[in-house]
Design a protein. Structure first.
Length: 278
């Protein structure tokens, strides 16, 4: 299957029809005729197919043939396919993270989000996958390119910005190794989590997850980050953060929102102060 393949259910154009409200319009899937959303009159967008193919071409243009071997893409969609997510992993682009207790291998990950119905902005995020636990990992806000579907949105401008903003996977791995070298042995992690998460109930669950990760990776900032990514990867009894069964249509979005939670937590002053101490 070629890398540029986009699933048939996502490879459609949209048309618009006016609603009874002056400043709103319906979004219609041209292939099926389904109404998939209501947006403002200033809303413009590329098709899923054009967006994802351009992102794939741009983010892989500088990679060698060996880097691309074994590349895998997982697709998720919601809201009658109006919202879509591409999650690409490159198992030949790797880096090792080591502590005194444990060593793991990361592989490069590229995520792209697109909405033709106003449910999300045009977004590309650079991250990683931990081979040991298969946790998906994205870092802070600086690891993404995002533009809204306003009247002046241009796919060409978005791709030009994406070309300039591709993150260095090696630099990402070096930062994560610094986290692995940052001891939390004398840090009150429970109190730290309460300050980061602003929720006693959630911070208690996360503290339990941290202790599980620390048992494998050691008491360090990397173990704390791994607890965060566990929360963003699984939604069941494995981590105590069960997700209510609201149907397949919303679960993909709910899980990605958890990844955004993680990105915001590691951008907090509390986390950054520990990072700077490394």
């Amino acid at each position: 299957m070629p890398l540029e393949y986009v699933p048939e259910n996502l490879d459609f154009n949209v048309t618009f029809e006016p609603t009874k409200v002056d400043d709103k319009k319906y979004v219609i899937n041209e292939n099926t005729g389904d109404y998939i959303g209501i947006v403002g009159n200033g809303f413009t967008c590329a098709s899923h197919g054009d967006f994802f193919r351009n992102v794939m071409d741009t983010t892989t243009a500088t990679l060698a043939d060996y880097d691309m071997e074994g590349a895998q893409i997982n697709w998720r969609s919601a809201h009658k396919d109006g919202w879509a997510m591409m999650d690409m992993t490159l198992p030949n682009v790797t880096a090792k993270i080591a502590t005194d207790k444990h060593e793991t291998t990361l592989m490069k990950r590229i995520i792209a989000l697109h909405g033709v119905n106003g449910t999300c902005s045009n977004t590309t995020i650079f991250g990683a996958i931990d081979f040991f636990c298969l946790n998906g990992q994205i870092r802070g806000k600086h690891d993404k390119v995002m533009r809204k579907n306003t009247s002046n949105f241009s796919l060409d401008r978005f791709i030009t910005e994406l070309e300039k903003s591709q993150q260095d996977f090696t630099a990402q791995a070096e930062q994560m190794q610094r986290w692995a070298n940052t001891s939390l042995a004398y840090v009150n992690v429970k109190e730290l989590l309460e300050g980061i998460m602003k929720s006693e109930r959630k911070s208690e669950k996360m503290y339990t997850l941290y202790n599980q990760e620390a048992g494998v990776r050691g008491r360090n900032l990397w173990a704390l980050y791994s607890a965060f990514t566990n929360y963003a990867t699984y939604a069941d009894e494995r981590n105590g953060f069960n997700l209510r069964n609201t149907g397949h249509d919303t679960q993909a979005i709910s899980m990605f929102k958890r990844e955004i939670d993680v990105a915001s937590w590691i951008d907090t002053p509390q986390f950054k102060s520990l990072e700077m101490a490394a």
